[in-house]
Design a binder for this molecule. Sequence first.
Ligand code: C2E
Ligand code: CA
Ligand code: CA
Length: 325
Amino acid sequence: MNSSIGISLYPIDGLDPEQLLKYADTAMYNAKEEGGNNFQFYSSEMTDMAYEHVVMERDLREGIRNENFEVYYQPKMNIRTGKLTGMEALVRFITPKKGIISPGVFIPIAEETGQIIDIGEVVLNKACRDVKKWLDDGLFNGRVAVNLSAKQFSLPDLTSRIDIILQKNALPSYFLELEITEGTVMDDPNEAINIMRSLSARGIHLAMDDFGTGYSSLAYLKQFPLNTLKVDKAFIDDMKNERGRNMVDSIVTIAHNLDLHVVAEGVEQAHQIDILKTLNCETVQGYYYSKPLSKDEFTEFLKQQQSKATPSLISSKKSNVASIS
Ligand code: C2E
Ligand code: CA
Ligand code: CA
């Protein structure tokens, strides 16, 4: 049991008691959001933030009703061959009035309000549908990684919800990977292990996202039935200095010693690729190869990949043309 206190000051914040009480209340909710057991003085930014929060919640509700969420895909590439190994599904909120809103802005609010559960289902459903189409068209044969929020992860019927979506799209679980963060699993690690085991038993792969940015426990990392570890962009950016490179080296080594596949996130520059190669990191994701792409753009990307992958076919076609002429 802890307490949170909100404070407003007369006459700075207001002159009448009702307004002062309202502001003290706003400050108290902010204190709660900061984790509780503390106090906060009221500031006008708090009202602005509370207002933005309410507006976003309303926009999200409308967006869910009007199906305004689209899925973009960012390729994950094999660092040695430069070929596609998989992709990450990233949600975009396409609003009629405000254009595309990035997940960094709306996901925290959707998490708080629980709207992430509906949004997450839309993303999973669309990702499964798109991958099934690419599979059927012979354009792709790997896994799509979908981010799973903490709220989704703790749903008692999570596995059956996923089963239903896979069945509905006739997509075998082999083609799905779920990305979860340290924060999601460290709340109740033992329960998390049970949930992860039931997902893993279905053939779904599991990736630890943003590795190293949350509070991890190496003792638990060993016990989690993970397949992939994603090294956060912050570590990749920090490879400019020796200590930063050593850090990534250590993370890759830990991952490999635990038999985990490593994905470096947010790779933007050629020299980062060179360093990651020397550190034996096998997969790279980032603007260096491609930004997240819409479904249609990604279809084009897949087609380009395919034409790169079959040079012998292309050259034999060329020689056919030459012999005819
Ligand atoms: P994340 O899961 O770590 O996804 C990677 C983010 O890094 C994406 O941002 C991606 O566009 C961005 N990124 C990739 N490569 C680069 C790079 O080279 N440079 C830079 N500067 N950025 C790069 P995005 O799409 O804005 O997503 C932000 C976060 O929102 C995601 O971080 C993830 O935590 C969350 N998110 C996105 N889609 C979903 C979703 O469908 N469900 C849930 N629960 N969360 C999602
Ligand atoms: Ca992710
Ligand atoms: Ca990440």
